[in-house]
Structure formats: structure tokens, C-alpha cells
Design a protein around this ligand. Structure first.
Ligand SMILES: *Cc1c(COP(=O)(O)O)cnc(C)c1O
Length: 367
């Protein structure tokens, strides 16, 4: 038998299906304005401080970046009241999710995730021969902490908790999170993906997972500058964890994955409280507008503590997606997660949000 060219997992891996670039769509559809409410990006644009720092750094891009990202990690450690050796930075949270899988997964190890949740966890774990165990959401569309605890066995290596969960936008509360960690063996590593932390802390029931890390070393808290700081394109994510895990990760991580512009941008964004405040404030105004519309029309939606909302429009999401696209609005269709009549819509400026509501109304009336 001929030997196969690729690693076995390459054959079963699915290619990422990217959305079409806005530039291409404008040309194809012959429309000038396209509102992208599909990737939970910051509608106010990048942090101005981050842009300023990037401009100052451009002249140095002939030189490799600091592989230890010392300044950024120091600032992050200070901000979170942990030590430098508790911080790992990566080329977006995306790189760190892959690094987490690479650090812990042997073939046959089990990993618990909620379904639906952020797709990267399953992709990266499966690629390494890990077994993904899907735990469905409960009746209220929450991550089911009881079922998660019941699903743990001696093969369980990792648990990913996306909080707020993507695509549902709702949170795991402090008491649920406490129940979860109290009922887990110490050797199971829990990852709290808090990509939407700055939005979620407006919800009084949102946990402070750093308190858990203090008591429980096998805990990882993941955050990113892509969403609230508005610098998704330059790629910077970070995680907070024990010194032991941090050192293990730095042994295997790509050396220069966090480039100079990303490091500079992060330092700028960290000083830019004003941009974050404005962003979060706008977020909740945009959410309120959408909620008001959904309620008026009796659409079931999930109360969000993030910068997107998941709503059931009772129509084929593939069709609604296409019709909205033709009207210059891009959203994420629920069928991608197997929720065929649901849409995930990112918050936008007030104008973008109103335009989305108006166009959705047109689409639903016509179909
Ligand atoms: C956006 C996002 C991330 C990380 O995105 P990066 O741009 O790679 O930092 C991680 N987790 C969730 C749930 C996200 O939505």
C-alpha cells in the first residue's frame, strides 16, 4: 500500500470557510456601503493610542521582535496583579488555543466543550488526535456545568469554557463557575476563554476567574486585544496561568509570532481606557436597539453580555444571510453551528444597527 502523503488528521480536517472580503463584495454587488456585523469587530475602529504606537514602531520592523515580549507581559502582569511568568502572549487568542492543545493533548485524551461554542477548540484538539466530547447547552441555552462535571473521567485532560460563550453571547455565572471548579479533579486543566471580558464585566454575575487561578494552578484565562481594543488585524492575545504551564508553553511556542507592531499596539491599547469605555458603552446601546426590535417581533434571542447577539428569526438562516448580503449587511448564519434559523449579529454603530434592523425587516417581510 502506498504511504499517505499527509498526517492522518490532515485528511479529516476541514478548511476554514472565510467570509468574502468586503472589498470583493462591494465590487460584485455594485454597492458602496457594506456593514460587516459578522466577526465581532470594534465598530469604532482601532484604539487611537494603538495606532499611534504602531506608527512609531514601523521604522524598526527590520529587526526581529522581542521573543519574550517583555514589556507587554510586564504591563499585563501589573494590570492583573500576577507575575511576569504567569503571562503568555500569542499571535491572537487563536495561536494560544492551538498552543494549549499542543501543550496538553496526547492522542486519545478527552476534551470537553459545550456545543455550540467557538470552533477553534475542536479543530485544534482533533488535529492532535484528541477526542472532543460535546456537551449540549441546557434548556436555557447555558453551558451545562452539571453535565460537564458528569462527563469528566480519567481520560479528561482539558475543558474549554467560553465565557461569554460564542455564538450564544450569554455567560457562565460566578456560582456556576465555582460549582464547576469545585467538582473537578485538580489535574483537569480548565480554560476560560474570556475574549469578551471587558463587555461581560458589566454583568454583575460575571465571575472573576483570576480568583480561581490563585487557588487552582491548572487554570488558564485567555483574553485578546482583537475585540474591545479593535486591533484584530495585528494579532495579539494573551493568557494567564501557572508558572509551570507558562514555561511549558514557551518551550513549544513559535519564537517570533508576536510581531513588533502587535507588541507596540498592545502597549498603546493598554493605556487607552477611554476607547474601551466608549466601545463598551456603544455596545450596550446597540444591543438594546436590537433587543427592542426582537421583542417587538417576538423573536427568541439570548441575552448577551458580549458584542454580538444570537437570535432566532424562524427562517432559513442561509437564505436570510444571502438576502441581507444583497442589501449590504453581513452577519453570521446559524446553520454554521447547526442552528438553522438563528443568526449571530455583531453590535455596530447606532447607524449600522438601525440599518441592520431595517434590512432584516425587509428580508423577513419579503420571504
Ligand atoms: C475572537 C475570539 C477569540 C480570539 O480571537 P483572536 O483574534 O485570535 O485573538 C478567542 N475566543 C473567542 C471565543 C473569540 O470569539
Amino acid at each position: 500500500m502506498a504511504k499517505s502523503l499527509f498526517r492522518n488528521e490532515v485528511y479529516s480536517a476541514k478548511a476554514y470557510v472565510p467570509g468574502k472580503p468586503v472589498e470583493d463584495l462591494k465590487r460584485e454587488l455594485k454597492i458602496n456601503e457594506i456593514e460587516k456585523l459578522a466577526s465581532n469587530e470594534n465598530p469604532l475602529g482601532p484604539s487611537p493610542k494603538a495606532m499611534e504606537y504602531i506608527k512609531n514602531e514601523v521604522k524598526n520592523i527590520n529587526m526581529y521582535p522581542d521573543s519574550a515580549a517583555k514589556k507587554v507581559r510586564e504591563k499585563l502582569a501589573e494590570k492583573h496583579n500576577v507575575k511576569f511568568e504567569n503571562v503568555v502572549v500569542g499571535s491572537g487568542g487563536e495561536e494560544l488555543i492551538k498552543t494549549i492543545a499542543e501543550t496538553f493533548i496526547n492522542p486519545g485524551d478527552e476534551v470537553l466543550i459545550a456545543t455550540p461554542t467557538f470552533g477553534k477548540y475542536a479543530t485544534d484538539v482533533s488535529f492532535l488526535g484528541g477526542i472532543v466530547i460535546n456537551v449540549p447547552l441546557d434548556k436555557e441555552y447555558k453551558q451545562d456545568v452539571k453535565k460537564i462535571v458528569e462527563s469528566v473521567n480519567e481520560k479528561t485532560k482539558l475543558i474549554f469554557i467560553c465565557n461569554p460563550n460564542n455564538p450564544t453571547g450569554n455567560i457562565m455565572t460566578k456560582s456556576e463557575e465555582d460549582y464547576l471548579v469545585k467538582n473537578l479533579p485538580q489535574d483537569v486543566v480548565v480554560v476560560f476563554d474570556e475574549a469578551y471580558y471587558e463587555y461581560a464585566i458589566k454583568n454583575k454575575e460575571y465571575p472573576e476567574s483570576l480568583n480561581i487561578l490563585k487557588e487552582r494552578p491548572n487554570t488558564i484565562i485567555l483574553r485578546t486585544f482583537s475585540k474591545v481594543a479593535g486591533i484584530a488585524a495585528v494579532r495579539l492575545g494573551y493568557l494567564l496561568t501557572s508558572k509551570e504551564i507558562c514555561e511549558a508553553m514557551y518551550k513549544i511556542k513559535l519564537t517570533f509570532s508576536v510581531n513588533r507592531l502587535a507588541q507596540a499596539a498592545a502597549l498603546g491599547a493598554l493605556e487607552d481606557k477611554e476607547h474601551i469605555e466608549k466601545t463598551v458603552e456603544l455596545n450596550y446601546k446597540s444591543l438594546a436597539l436590537m433587543e427592542e426590535y426582537f421583542e417587538k417581533n417576538n423573536f427568541e434571542y439570548i441575552k448577551s453580555s458580549a458584542n454580538f447577539v444570537f437570535v432566532n428569526v424562524n427562517k432559513d438562516s442561509k437564505v436570510v444571510f444571502q438576502k441581507l448580503l444583497e442589501k449590504g449587511i453581513i452577519i453570521r448564519a446559524g446553520y454554521l453551528w447547526g442552528w438553522n434559523t438563528w443568526l449571530r449579529v455583531s453590535t455596530g454603530t447606532i447607524e449600522q444597527t438601525k440599518k441592520f434592523i431595517e434590512k432584516l425587516e425587509e428580508v423577513l417581510k419579503a420571504n
